[in-house]
Design a protein around this ligand. Sequence first.
Ligand code: COA
Length: 392
Amino acid sequence: MTNRVALVAIGETKYDEHWDYSLRDLASMAAQKLYMSIFDRFDYRNIESIFVGNAASAAFTGQLHLNAFVADAIGLTNKPSLRIEAADASGAAAVRAAYFAIKSGMFNTALVLGIEKMTELTVSTQINTVQSSVLDREWEEDAGLSLAAAYAIMARKHFETYGTTREHLAAVSAKNHEHAVLNPNAQFRRAFSIEQVLKATMVAEPLSLLDCSPTSDGASAILLANEDLARKITDDPIWISASAQGSDTISLMARDSLTTLKSVRSAAEDAYKQAKIADPKKEIKLIEAHDSFTITELLALEGLKIYEPGQAGPATLAGETHREGSGIPVNVSGGLKAKGHPLGATGVGQLVELALQMWGNAGERQVDDVDRALAVSIGGTGATSFIHILSR
Ligand code: COA
């Protein structure tokens, strides 16, 4: 099958604690931005299908039937719509479903809208309970494990096996916060030093508050199209040259390794094959990597084989993954850590950032000459991972 799938338009809200906006408001704000960007070339009412990425709207806001709710909010009630859930990789899962829809020839266009409104729950223990329900409820959560504690276990094993340190983790946070200062859509446009990250309140040893992504509200949208239509909607389509998924056991205790994300590894192998990438370190120019916790970014980069196991931490501390570093820039948007992490929106938002960069529309944080970029989105502790590679 040769149908090429293109990303042709984007729209996004700022990620933040949006006390004044409802779930409906967020969906329509992101969609309207997207519609406005193409209004002179394509009537949004001709969009053929809708894929909604959302992790837990029933638990956060009491709203289920989200495919219909979002279709209604964005003025596309008479179109087929689906809601896709894969923990905090729900947005990337929805992108993959939309990719299938175009690739198969079933639809010519698919709108992907990732959304989460987490602050409707105001008590942080309640929010934490919802976040932790992405773990294995019977084997892990009922035994008292939280998501932060699960990643803390993985971090400690990484420390013990490879000599990774808290400074290495803190360098991820300091970098991503510094990047977010330049992103108007980021929740925390505020830099923190490594020292400040180390001194922040401990959440789950060795992860402090500043090693964790925050509670966020937001929505991100992208429009996918087949090649014919893509060229009508934009002069500059961005091609999805790989869409891959990897899996692992949902519970940590059943895993062979706590220091390798097998789901990222297998998704990367498949993605590199699809995109015909022989040497990812040389051929990929920009990465948006899931950093729900700082250790997650290091595990992701090692899973992608950008760094050997144990090397991502020292490389980050040396500044290689910084926007102006010597390696591949990682999370120039600010990442989940500082741009924010509205669970279902995040995986779509990663592609919004890559598209902005590839179109040269990323403003002050623009990275030069991005012709190939990768997004990796990780569900929970890595039972599910998605990788998308975009090319010019
Ligand atoms: N990074 C930076 N600052 C943060 C932050 C974070 N992750 N979380 C909260 N803050 C800030 C708040 O803005 C607030 O600042 P202010 O006093 O200047 O207003 C302050 O820290 C306290 O915020 P609060 O809302 O009381 O934090 P909390 O203790 O309720 O929650 C965490 C903090 C880390 C526990 C929470 O953000 C969390 O659970 N994060 C993990 C998210 C997660 O698991 N994501 C994956 C889901 S599948």
